[in-house]
Design a protein around this ligand. Structure first.
Ligand code: ASP
Ligand code: MG
Length: 413
């Protein structure tokens, strides 16, 4: 008998019929002999609608405490409805808001961090054969104020509950069948991965694969909670996200990801002296703008060029700030480009293989795609290219590294 935490996203509970479908899955899991806690999101579209209302009345920056009181109501609806649907099937169930399950967070409204969970309250209910239906996304701070964890936060709620309960697995039910080698909408040959390591999943999530909230994977990794990402509409196994030691074979490249939500800023002719990078980037970080890639060219005649990427929503502000700093520093020009994409390959097996990056560059060269920036880590290589080549690049890389697969191994390091 296992203790299973299941998390259902907005699409999975988007209509009364879908809620009844979830109830059946929950009851089937109980009938298979397991104790089950279920974490749910708001019905699809619900949180967006609540956020829109908050802005309608509260303006551009609604008061954060009241914002949280409002947006947390989406999940309160689903826990009640799902508990009813489970009870209709003859299975005892009880709903819990964040406060009722002792989901304690810090006080950072709209992006709170989980501090603790009252696992005894939940275990007591589970041990009596009752299904616990828990509101994701919400908690309360020390003073009892309602807090929320940030958009997409119910994944993190579910993993935190699984960690607190010492669950055997945290199943994340969604509208896709698992984690794919790349976006199936772009590449027909994309296939579902059976297993992926936490590290690979974190890279894939931060590089643009949208299956799981990245914070939840970090949390799962820290507490070693096995995740199983699967479809709420099918019975097939999905993708297991597990510790690296449990990867039977590490693929050199397990995924190709892309991200079209960054912009590039290039500062030409900066004096190449100590303190330049700090001077250029401090005003940006003071504004809370997070840079992704940073590249500094070799200097010629005592000056250098610096290129960096920022999230597109921050681009206009970043450009203005950079223009000001660059002028103060006597730089020659500031150029910018929003039509870029970051394309990456990710794989644990890269650690033990040489030649992966150069093969990637060759594949892109063969397609006539120019590489503007490169960054690497132990398990990924990312390049910035013109946005219009995104699909071509992703398809070519998927074909070369994943479809060709073992047929064309990269030489061992
Ligand atoms: N309902 C919240 C949102 O839409 C939390 C979640 O779905 O994970 O962001
Ligand atoms: Mg969601």
């Amino acid at each position: 008998m296992a203790l299973v935490v299941q998390k259902y996203g907005g699409t999975s509970v988007g209509t009364p019929d879908r809620i009844r479908n979830v109830a059946r899955r929950v009851v089937d899991t109980v009938k298979a002999g397991h104790r089950v806690a279920v974490v749910v999101s708001a019905m699809s579209g619900e949180t967006d609608a609540l956020v829109a209302l908050a802005h309608d009345i509260g303006g551009e920056h609604p008061e954060p405490r009241e914002y949280d009181v409002l947006v947390a109501t989406g999940e309160q609806k689903t826990i009640a409805l799902l508990a009813m649907a489970i009870q209709q099937l003859g299975q005892p169930a009880r709903s819990f808001t964040g406060a009722q399950m002792g989901m304690r967070t810090d006080t950072a409204h709209t992006r709170a961090r989980i501090e603790s969970i009252d696992h005894e309250v939940l275990l007591e209910v589970l041990d009596r054969g009752i299904v616990a239906v828990l509101a994701g996304f919400q908690g309360t701070d020390e003073a009892g104020n309602i807090t929320t964890l940030g958009r997409g936060g119910s994944d993190t709620s579910a993993v935190a509950v699984a960690a607190a309960l010492g669950a055997d697995v945290c199943e994340i039910y969604t509208d896709v069948e698992g984690v794919f080698t790349t976006d199936p909408n772009l590449v027909a040959a994309a296939r579902k991965l059976d297993r992926i390591s936490y590290d690979e999943m974190i890279e894939m999530a931060s590089l643009g694969a949208k299956v799981l909230q990245i914070r939840s994977v970090r949390f799962a990794m820290r507490y070693r909670v096995p995740l199983h990402v699967r479809s709420s509409f099918k019975l097939d196994e999905g993708t297991w996200v597990v510790p690296e030691e449990e990867m039977m074979e590490a693929l050199v490249v397990s995924g190709v990801t892309y991200n079209r939500s960054e912009a590039k800023i290039l500062v030409r002719g900066v004096q190449d002296v100590p303190g330049v990078a700090a001077r250029l980037f401090t005003p940006l970080s003071n504004e809370g703008i997070v840079l992704d890639m940073i590249i500094q060219n070799l200097s010629r005649d005592g000056t250098t060029d610096v290129t960096f990427t920022v999230p597109r929503p921050d681009y206009a502000r970043a450009l203005e700030i950079t223009r000001n700093t660059a002028a103060e520093m006597g730089a020659i020009t500031v150029e910018a480009d929003t039509e870029i994409a970051k394309v990456s390959i990710v794989g644990l097996g890269m650690k033990d293989h040489a030649g992966v990056a150069s093969k990637m560059f060759q594949v892109l060269a063969d397609e006539g795609i120019n590489i503007q920036c490169i960054s690497t880590s132990e398990i990924k290589v990312s390049v910035v290219i013109a946005e219009k080549y995104t699909e071509l690049a992703v398809r070519a890389l998927h074909a070369a590294f994943i479809e060709a697969g073992a047929a064309e191994p990269v030489p061992e390091a």
